[in-house]
Design a binder for this molecule. Structure first.
Ligand SMILES: [Zn+2]
Length: 65
């Protein structure tokens, strides 16, 4: 099941949405995006916690897998 998280969900005024099959993949996408689009922002433990809480499982279509 794909997981998604948006910058908006963690309090940033940005429409970027990261999507991944695992939390680790999602975190990696956010890490790259924050670095490139938010002035080299890095993921600190509080950021990671915010992402963890904001993450959503995508339930479009089937539930399979
Ligand atoms: Zn962003």
């Amino acid at each position: 099941m794909a997981k998604t998280v948006r910058c908006l969900d963690i309090g940033l005024k940005c429409l970027f949405q990261a999507k991944g099959e695992s939390f680790a993949g999602l975190l990696e996408q956010m890490r790259l995006h924050l670095h490139e689009a938010h002035d080299g922002m890095t993921i600190v433990p509080t950021t990671e916690k915010a992402i963890k809480q904001a993450v959503k499982d995508q339930r479009w279509g089937r539930f399979a897998q």
